[in-house]
Design a protein around this ligand. Structure first.
Ligand code: DQA
Length: 150
């Protein structure tokens, strides 16, 4: 089973970006932690980060033929990208939304996600642990969808 780990704008700067909010862990540290867990769970991961909405949409379209589930931190696009929301709705692959920070405890504009209504679920505020929990959830969701399709 292959799972896509998709990260949106500014997440390439993790480690140096607003460390009081996002911590000092880098995106490559998160990817390494996830790769270790993925080996344990016997699944493969594809990591992709982009600062561009269209690139993220293109990658979501490709997932239908490539991956069984997606773990997605859409960054600030979370709060206003109807185009990303529609891309998720268009692909029949479960998407788990992840945020390092607790978006519900931050500025008003961050408390609303246009992504959650089309996501399988949302994990917010647990730092990099959220990505690891999302990976466990993605594997079990994808496995039950596979069973349902048999
Ligand atoms: C974020 C929260 C967003 O509001 C913000 O724009 C980000 C990161 C998070 O992981 O906490 O870029 O998605």
């Amino acid at each position: 089973m292959q799972i896509l780990v998709l990260n949106g704008p500014n997440l390439n700067l993790l480690g140096m970006r607003e460390p009081e909010t996002y911590g000092t862990i880098t995106l490559s540290d998160i990817c390494s932690e996830m790769d270790i867990l993925a080996r344990e769970l016997e699944v493969g991961l594809t990591h992709y980060q982009s600062n561009h909405e269209g690139d993220l949409i293109d990658r979501l379209h490709q997932t239908m033929s490539k991956e069984a589930a997606v773990i997605f931190n859409p960054g600030a696009f979370t709060h206003y990208s109807y185009a990303l929301r529609d891309a998720i709705a268009a692909v029949s692959v479960p998407v788990i939304e992840v945020h390092l920070s607790n978006i519900h405890a931050r500025e008003k504009f961050r408390r609303h996600s246009v992504i959650t209504p089309v996501a399988a679920g949302q994990i917010s505020g647990l730092g990099s642990t959220g990505y690891l929990l999302a990976l466990r959830a993605a594997v079990s969701l994808a496995a039950s969808e596979e069973e349902g399709n048999e």
